[in-house]
Design a protein around this ligand. Structure first.
Ligand code: SF4
Length: 197
């Protein structure tokens, strides 16, 4: 299914073994949707950085969040080096969002590792430039080692938010519904982006 969806829009992904390699990873890591996007559809905006700097507890405390990641200008420049990307999405319940953060962390880590695992598989299939942007902030460690050395540098990736990506406008541009979780029992959606080529 993932393969069919991708092939319809990015014929270059037509290599043997895609379905077998990617679908199990999506299943295992709670990734339910994979949308091909043009990088020209990905919107980078200064207001996203503003939200990081003011109102987010992860700012200046995590290697995958600003200011440890790229500047807004660098994010724009990096995106210009790519034409195609994949937008990965999964839905999760977080009724424990405030009560038990370790459960939320498990979901976050699962999705994070899925993004990195898919990035690796596609690299091995020939996408040498491939680079994953992960959701939220890195939660691989209970508390990030920042500013000391990262404990899992091979899995360290900047988050979508730290790239100042306006995920709302990006979703609108590819014709997807944008819905904000209003209540603790609503489903949350996670998004990551893999820059392809
Ligand atoms: S792996 Fe650990 S130390 Fe490295 S960025 Fe993630 S939380 Fe921080």
């Amino acid at each position: 299914m993932v393969r069919d969806l991708l092939l319809r829009q990015i014929p270059i992904l037509d290599f043997p073994g895609l379905e077998e390699k990617i679908s199990p990873l999506c299943h295992r890591h709670g990734i339910q949707w994979v949308y091909p996007v043009k990088t020209s559809q990905i919107v980078v905006a200064q207001w996203v950085r503003l939200k990081c700097r003011y109102g987010c507890e992860h700012y200046n405390t995590n290697w995958c969040c600003p200011p440890a990641t790229v500047t807004v200008k660098e994010a724009k420049e990096i995106l210009r080096e790519y034409k195609n990307a994949l937008l990965l999405s999964g839905e999760a319940d977080h009724p424990h969002f405030y009560r038990n953060n370790s459960k939320k962390r498990r979901t976050q880590v699962q999705f994070w590792k899925g993004t990195v695992a898919i990035e690796r598989e596609l690299f091995l299939l020939g996408y040498h430039k491939i680079f994953g942007l992960t959701p939220e902030s890195c939660a691989l460690c209970k508390k990030c080692a920042y500013p000391d050395n990262c404990l899992f540098p091979k899995e360290k990736r900047p988050s979508v938010e730290s790239f100042s990506i306006d995920i709302f406008e990006t979703l609108r541009r590819i014709g997807k519904e944008v819905k904000i979780a209003q209540h603790i029992n609503d489903h949350f959606k996670h998004y990551s982006i893999i820059l392809l080529e």
